[in-house]
Design a protein around this ligand. Structure first.
Ligand code: PHE
Ligand code: ZN
Length: 861
């Protein structure tokens, strides 16, 4: 059955209909076999809609038998197609038994039941369950599962599913049978099964009400020591959710399994999370500070889903942000509390300003609650997830922490055990707070990035400060007309006498003026403190104002943001022809020196203040992206700063302590600043010795990668030799080789093509493993603008070839790879044509997956 034979009809949010049949309980049995797994389901089915036929989704399934209330059905009683099974005439209440056969070994799409190496595992979100069994594969059919798994006891010592284990025995032939029961009714996308041999790391957690929960982490044989951090992070997440939102875990066991083949980050299956091993395994030698951060936040994310996602799930997939936006917000708050709140917010803002703004400006633009979907996998996006989280954050800003928490409590109480909508969520927030959220709800239906233009006017006679705010959202690919949104605008006023004042404005109209009386002197205004709304800001602040904000604002994010604006302006000036030395003034250099010398500062923030905006962030400030001008301005400013501050960087480096590696906030900050220094110093050949020393003395992956990236980005002659040494040293560790693949792929040098070609032959590389493919090709297309956007089109062609090869293997991953090509309209005529050529070649291919078809067809003229 090829993708071609399944339909290509987009579904609309407004077409929702309640399920015609519900299924309250299900006995699901698996007889595991790599090419012929037998699955049997016994379901209690009840009619909800008179006269309706029973429609069950099913793809890539071999139907073996159907019985209805014990009677075997012959072919004339049902219609079987590539998309499922229809039983036109069934009673109102009956028992349906279906037996199917599947081949996990051949399942390279990694949806449904598949093999990750020797491990059987499942991935059912969004619509993977239909590759396991005929079933109404939609999140609003909630059902109680009892699961039986049979497999050879020796090869598969662990047979896992959701809920509690209720029986376990081995027969004389060595066949093991394990049964699980999950007391919580759940949608089929939360079903999970794992069978394999692992190292098991265990712990326990006493909940706030005193229940003892057993924690089990399953990792590859030999990797037990690398699981410890994830397990500790899980305990921190469990405690945090009790303390912050009064939410307690509800089963007696919580399992996490790390697998090597996984399409996404991780999956919140009830009581049995399945993780991409990249987001579980860590030790100092092989993982970076960034890896540790990601592990903690994703462990938190999946755990937090137990309430926001599992206990209350989504009515339909258009509501995805109901669980994802909310859960990302929750994991962001968790990360902020566990480490540096400033740093984690800066990371979140960077993502919105680069990837999310780009998505809003692309042919795939959609509101956080999409209206039209052909392939649901395509809507696990930065918009649904991260802009969705920004929307939740704005709610918290508007209501205040306490009312927001009450709203969440009401939402969970009201909808516990149900499949809910975004409207239900807003209603609960409204009911708990007494706020009218009618206008706020527009954030769910309107796509696009608002541009906020602000003006300030001070009248020294009347002592009035008038702030004029204007918002405008340009038309997007999916939506022509836009309305005014409710924007929470947090500001801080900085006065000359060092006093300050905070204020929150709610902008509701297209244009509004706020007048503050009794303002003694004209202040410098810090706009959008902590990035209080996901908008593009236009303001008239002078460069002096920006530097003052960068030095004095009380919010670290605002300080960073002022520097980002400052750098953007200087970069623009250079792009327009100004000489670097006139743009980067002596005053600025003096200020930066001072920051580098400041011993008591937030070192991580200092590093961020000195980090230039990245290519993608700068690109979003232009309608037509001036690739070459941005890149050359960036590199000349970076070189100039390196020269001007050469001693200051070296001095800073010497002043920073070098404690033994621990993943701990203060040490992360020290490393961040040290690596910032190295990234500038790598520009100057005179510092090669220093960089080489750092590489050789590094006793942890964070320091090692920092030198590699610094030398790579600087085009240093050191890089090839260090990179080869690194590849040699880590050739047996697939997860570390991903870092090596990415280092090869993001090399701005022309040799990158030969490098990528060679790496495809590496014994660790496999087209079937999403981590490997992403490490090579996403890294190239998303983090190597220099070579990806080459004027001879070689970059686009390389990506085209990869997508073409990957699509028949794994459509979900191939469709993600195509993203950078979709924005062809944003580039100059030459690049437009080259990108369009690549897209047209893709479109012309037969057997294009739905995933890829939807994106390519949306972007073609
Ligand atoms: N629901 C998962 C999460 O957000 C993401 C996911 C989606 C994983 C689809 C696999 C497939 O944590
Ligand atoms: Zn999630």
């Amino acid at each position: 059955m090829s993708a071609q034979t399944t339909n290509r009809i987009a579904r609309s949010r407004h077409d929702y209909q309640a399920p015609a049949f519900t299924i309250k309980t299900m006995q699901l049995s698996f007889n595991l076999h790599s090419t012929a797994t037998r699955v049997t389901a016994v379901m209690q089915v009840n009619r909800e809609t008179p006269g309706a036929a029973l429609q069950l989704d099913g793809q890539h399934l071999t139907l073996i038998a159907i019985t209805l209330d014990g009677r075997k059905l012959s072919a004339e009683h049902y219609q079987l197609s590539a998309d499922g099974l229809v039983l036109p005439e069934v009673p109102d209440s009956f028992e349906l038994c279906i037996e199917t056969e599947i081949a996990p070994q051949h399942n390279t799409a990694l949806e449904g039941l598949y093999m990750a190496g020797n491990t059987y595992c499942t991935q059912c979100e969004a619509e993977g369950f239909r590759r396991i069994m005929f079933f109404p594969d939609r999140p609003d059919v909630l059902c109680q599962y009892t699961v039986t798994i049979k497999a050879d006891a020796k090869t598969y010592p662990y047979l896992l599913s959701n809920g509690n284990k209720i029986s376990d025995h081995i027969d004389e032939l060595g066949l093991r049978t394990v049964q699980w029961h999950d007391p919580f009714p759940k949608p089929c996308y939360l079903f999970a099964l794992v069978a394999g041999d692992f190292d098991l790391v265990t712990d326990n957690f006493i909940t706030q009400s005193g229940r003892d929960v057993r924690l089990e982490l399953f990792v590859d044989k030999g990797a037990a020591a690398k699981g410890d951090f994830a397990l500790q992070a899980l305990k921190r997440a469990m405690r945090w959710d009790e303390q912050r939102f009064n939410l307690e875990y509800d089963l007696d066991i919580y399992m996490v399994v790390a697998v090597d083949f996984f399409n996404m980050g991780a999956m919140e299956n009830k009581g049995l999370n399945i993780f991409n091993s990249k987001y579980v395994l860590a030790d100092a030698a092989s993982a970076t500070d960034r890896d540790y951060f990601n592990i903690e936040s994703i462990i938190g994310h999946e755990y937090f889903h137990n309430w926001t996602g599992n206990r209350v799930t989504c009515r339909d997939w258009f509501q995805l942000s109901l669980k994802e936006g909310l859960t990302v917000f929750r994991d962001q708050e968790f990360s902020a509390d566990m480490g540096s709140a400033t740093l984690s917010r800066i990371d979140a803002v960077k993502l919105i300003r680069s990837a999310q703004f780009a998505e809003d400006a692309s042919p795939m633009a959609h509101p956080i609650r999409p209206e039209q979907v052909l392939e649901m996998n395509n809507f696990y996006t930065v918009t649904v997830y991260d802009k969705g989280a920004e929307v939740i954050r704005m709610l918290q800003t508007l209501l205040g922490r306490q009312l927001f928490a009450s709203g969440l409590t009401l939402y969970l109480k009201r909808h516990d055990g149900q499949a809910a909508t975004c409207d239900d969520f807003i209603r609960a927030m409204q009911d708990a707070s007494g706020y009218d959220l009618t206008q706020f709800a527009l954030w769910y239906s309107q796509s696009g990035t608002p541009v906020l233009t602000v003006k300030q006017q001070y009248d020294a006679d009347t002592k009035q400060l008038s702030l004029t705010l204007r918002q405008e959202t340009a038309a997007t690919a999916d939506q022509a007309t836009k309305q005014a949104l409710l924007l929470p605008i947090a500001v801080e006023l900085l006065f000359a006498d060092n006093s300050r004042q905070k204020q929150l404005f709610c902008l509701t109209d297209a244009e509004q003026q706020f007048v503050l009386p009794d303002v003694a002197t004209e202040p410098v205004v810090v706009w959008l403190e902590h990035f209080s709304a996901p908008v593009k800001l236009h303001c008239q602040a002078t460069t002096e104002d920006l530097l003052q904000i960068a030095a004095q604002a009380s919010d670290g994010v605002a300080r960073w943001d002022a520097m980002q604006q400052y750098w953007s302006r200087q970069i623009t000036a250079v792009m327009q022809g100004a000489a670097v030395q006139t743009v980067i003034t002596a005053e600025l250099v003096a200020l930066l020196k001072q920051w580098l010398e400041l011993p008591a500062a937030d070192l991580a923030l200092t590093a961020e203040l000195l980090t230039l905006p990245d290519f993608d962030t700068l690109a979003e400030q232009h309608d037509e992206i001036p690739v070459d001008a941005i890149l050359s301005a960036l590199s000349s400013i970076k070189m100039f700063l390196a020269q001007q501050l050469r001693e200051a960087f070296l001095q800073c480096l010497h002043n920073l302590p070098q404690p033994a590696y621990r993943y701990q906030q203060q040490d992360v900050a020290i490393r961040r600043l040290r690596h910032l220094c190295l990234s500038y110093m790598a520009q100057l050949a005179e510092y090669d010795v220093v960089l080489q020393q750092h590489y050789q003395q590094a006793d942890n992956m964070t320091d090692t990668i920092a030198v590699l990236m610094a030398t790579q980005q600087a085009g240093s002659a050191l890089f090839p030799q260090l990179r080869d040494d690194f590849c040699q040293r880590w050739q047996h560790d697939a997860l570390v080789m991903d870092k090596a693949f990415a280092l090869v792929a993001t090399d701005p040098a022309d040799t990158v093509f030969a490098g990528i070609a060679a790496m495809q032959q590496h014994r660790q590389f496999s087209w079937k493993n999403p981590n490997r493919v992403r490490a090579l090709f996403s890294a190239f297309s998303m983090r190597n603008p220099q070579q990806f956007h080459r004027l001879d089109g070689a970059g686009y062609r390389l990506l085209l070839e990869a997508i073409t090869k990957l699509d028949p293997i794994n459509p979900q991953v191939s469709a993600r790879l195509v993203t950078p090509l979709l924005s062809w309209r944003r580039f100059d005529k030459t690049r437009q044509q080259l990108m369009l050529d690549a897209l047209q070649l893709l479109a012309a291919q037969s057997n294009l997956s739905n995933d890829l078809f939807e994106k390519v067809s949306r972007s073609l003229p």
